[in-house]
Design a protein around this ligand. Structure first.
Ligand SMILES: *[C@@H]1O[C@H](CO)[C@@H](O)[C@H](O)[C@H]1NC(C)=O
Ligand SMILES: *[C@@H]1O[C@H](CO)[C@@H](O)[C@H](O)[C@H]1NC(C)=O
Ligand SMILES: *[C@@H]1O[C@H](CO)[C@@H](O)[C@H](O)[C@H]1NC(C)=O
Ligand SMILES: *[C@@H]1O[C@H](CO)[C@@H](O)[C@H](O)[C@H]1NC(C)=O
Ligand SMILES: *[C@@H]1O[C@H](CO)[C@@H](O)[C@H](O)[C@H]1NC(C)=O
Ligand SMILES: *[C@@H]1O[C@H](CO)[C@@H](O)[C@H](O)[C@H]1NC(C)=O
Ligand SMILES: *[C@@H]1O[C@H](CO)[C@@H](O)[C@H](O)[C@H]1NC(C)=O
Ligand SMILES: *[C@@H]1O[C@H](CO)[C@@H](O)[C@H](O)[C@H]1NC(C)=O
Ligand SMILES: *[C@@H]1O[C@H](CO)[C@@H](O)[C@H](O)[C@H]1NC(C)=O
Ligand SMILES: *[C@@H]1O[C@H](CO)[C@@H](O)[C@H](O)[C@H]1NC(C)=O
Ligand SMILES: *[C@@H]1O[C@H](CO)[C@@H](O)[C@H](O)[C@H]1NC(C)=O
Ligand SMILES: *[C@@H]1O[C@H](CO)[C@@H](O)[C@H](O)[C@H]1NC(C)=O
Length: 497
């Protein structure tokens, strides 16, 4: 057991320790008295609370990724801590996580992003898997969950405890045989040519990742079909891409023309119910319960897919790569088809965690300098709150709409403050904070009228949320609601550490 614990994230160790009554109370930086109230700026106060608590909460707040989804062990750490025999591991099949990518049109032809991870899954006994799963399910024993939730928890735990494979060549077979359901996938059509095999120009990284663009040759398909040039179509062409040598690495590539509309959508607390701001619920929603859509977002997306011409869907979450399959499986059975981004394994330290979303957003904006983007997220993620309005300023004319679900408006357990200062100077037509999914119905997204005038915005261009109030009059930091917020922060910190 001691060896298992060495691979668990810090928060889990601390939570386990916290469950054991401490002999005597130990002073802790978290309970340092609040700074002088009068001169208090909520932003700097929160930052100081965050830095006192430590990096864990800071990245939790930053990326909206459940804290329990941070700091998974990788590679050697998994192998040595689980006492895995090298020969046993050698005998297990190599698997490939191939993440659906986008491609842009260039002077050389279609240029397609291929990204994912190569790994082996050790054969861990069910007892050991249950022990590991219990570490994630703080306060709940896997045996006490309904059977479907037990299976989900075991599945996720096995997905996390994998051994990534470095320094390998990856070969991708492209095939033009995707069967696309017309209504489920907007402007996506099957490519009529383009089948070919390409060895990626780089080997897998130390963490087993691959992420590169490759240029497709214009090969002839069945019946003399071809890939359509990007400047001769507005449709998105899809090709299957299989990692050679395994049947675990199947994905779809989306060839997206230079002009048109792309939606970049976050997933947690906007497309599914996660409640990352409520750690106990967040844990169960992420590790055990089946993923559940939030309100009628599936209908909103289906309508957009059907009504907005050639709408490209790109799902961008900063959840760690190890759990990508579960996210993709949920998205593709619930929402329109599209390309995907999750957090690559080399972004693991705190400063990298804080920059990952912007890194992935810049990559897609720079790949499609003439497309316009609809950005979807929620107020819980401070990196979204910062990056989305910044993109509107950094890529003039490319941000069509920013939609942000105000999670604290519908959920009184959400005590996370959010910073709206980035929105100062943006045209209200360009963005909307909304409360229910239905607030998005019948909006003229194509015309760039992204604000539903029936939804009061209350934007103060500063820190807002429960405890700071939604209106300008309660903008000042103080009063009993502020105290409630501080208490909430501390309870959260206690849960996490
Ligand atoms: C389309 O792009 C190709 C490659 O960049 C170029 O050779 C061709 O002239 C373009 N056609 C049109 C109609 O712009
Ligand atoms: C995994 O290990 C168990 C015994 O520990 C063995 O019975 C089973 O066959 C193994 N499974 C695979 C796929 O190797
Ligand atoms: C977990 O479930 C998904 C979806 O059913 C499946 O694709 C994946 O192989 C499973 N992973 C493990 C490690 O069992
Ligand atoms: C990987 O690819 C390179 C370049 O094609 C080749 O020289 C090398 O032998 C390959 N390595 C393996 C292990 O297949
Ligand atoms: C491929 O070649 C065909 C036939 O020459 C041409 O019609 C088509 O535009 C080309 N497609 C691309 C992607 O270059
Ligand atoms: C593809 O995989 C097969 C079987 O694993 C292997 O024999 C073949 O050499 C691979 N092809 C390439 C181009 O890597
Ligand atoms: C992946 O694609 C290959 C080639 O079409 C197919 O043989 C295999 O069954 C597919 N694997 C899965 C898991 O769908
Ligand atoms: C992670 O790797 C990608 C290439 O796969 C690279 O562009 C990026 O800068 C790396 N990020 C960090 C934080 O090392
Ligand atoms: C295509 O995407 C690549 C990779 O992001 C980018 O460097 C290049 O400028 C893009 N090309 C065009 C024509 O937009
Ligand atoms: C605005 O929001 C209301 C309330 O959710 C909804 O009934 C209406 O359809 C939305 N759209 C427009 C354009 O008013
Ligand atoms: C979706 O579109 C249908 C048909 O146009 C319409 O009846 C329905 O109200 C729309 N629903 C939403 C949520 O936009
Ligand atoms: C604006 O404030 C009102 C009144 O407090 C509240 O009901 C509503 O949810 C707020 N709007 C948003 C988008 O949060």
């Amino acid at each position: 057991m001691a060896t298992l614990r060495t691979v668990l994230p810090v928060w889990a160790l601390a939570a386990i320790a916290a469950a054991v009554p401490a002999p005597e109370p130990v002073p802790h930086p978290m309970i340092t008295p609040a700074p002088e109230r009068r001169a208090l700026d909520p932003g700097s106060y929160i930052n100081s609370v965050i830095s006192n608590i430590g990096s864990g909460v800071s990245s939790y707040v930053a990326s909206g990724v459940p804290q329990f989804f941070q700091d998974f062990p990788t590679g050697d750490a998994v192998e040595s801590s689980l006492g895995i025999n090298n020969d046993d591991l050698k005998a297990t099949p190599t698997q490939v996580l191939n993440i659906p990518g986008y491609g842009n049109w260039t002077n050389d032809g279609w240029n397609v992003r291929v990204h994912g991870n190569v790994f082996k899954q050790p054969n861990i006994s069910q007892d050991d898997v249950d022990d590991l799963a219990n570490k994630f399910l703080i306060g709940t024993d896997i045996q006490d969950l309904p059977e479907d939730q037990q299976n989900q928890a075991r599945n996720l735990t096995r997905s996390i405890f994998v051994v990534q494979q470095e320094d390998l060549n990856v070969t991708i077979n492209f095939e033009n045989d995707v069967s696309v359901e017309p209504d489920a996938s907007g402007g996506v059509i099957n490519a009529e040519g383009g089948a070919q095999t390409i060895q990626l120009p780089y080997k897998t990284t130390d963490q087993g990742d691959f992420d590169t663009f490759v240029v497709l040759a214009n090969t002839t398909g069945p019946n003399g079909g071809h890939l359509i040039a990007g400047n001769a179509t507005s449709s998105i062409q899809s090709l299957n891409m299989y990692a050679n040598g395994t049947n675990t690495g199947n994905a779809t590539a989306y060839l997206v023309p230079p002009e048109g509309l792309t939606i970049i959508s976050d997933i947690d607390d906007i497309l599914r119910i996660t409640k990352i701001y409520d750690p106990k619920e967040g844990l169960l929603n992420s590790f055990a319960r089946a993923f559940t859509p939030w309100e009628n977002m599936p209908e909103i997306y289906a309508n957009w897919s059907a009504s907005i011409p050639d709408f490209h869907f790109h799902y961008l979450t900063t959840t760690p790569e190890q759990v990508t399959r579960n996210y993709m499986e949920f998205i593709y059975k619930t929402y329109p088809l599209g390309s995907f981004d999750t957090r690559p394994l080399n972004f693991s330290d705190v400063s990298a965690t804080l920059s990952i979303r912007r890194f992935l957003l810049d990559k897609i904006f720079q790949t499609f300098p003439q497309r316009k983007f609809v950005l979807m997220g929620d107020t819980t993620n401070s990196d979204v709150m910062k990056a989305y309005p910044a993109l509107a300023k950094d890529y003039p004319g490319q941000v069509q709409c920013i939609f942000l679900r105000n999670t604290s408006a519908t959920d009184s357990t959400d005590l996370f403050p959010y910073d709206t200062s980035g929105f100062e100077g943006l045209d209200q037509k360009q963005y909307m904070f909304f409360i229910h999914a239905n607030d998005l119905t019948n909006l003229d997204v194509v015309g760039g009228n992204c604000y539903n005038a029936t939804i009061p915005q209350n934007v103060t261009f500063g820190y807002q949320g429960y405890g700071f109030g939604n209106s300008a009059s309660s903008r000042a930091f103080g009063g009993s609601s502020a105290t409630a917020l501080i208490i909430a922060w501390f309870s959260l910190a206690v849960l996490l550490f």
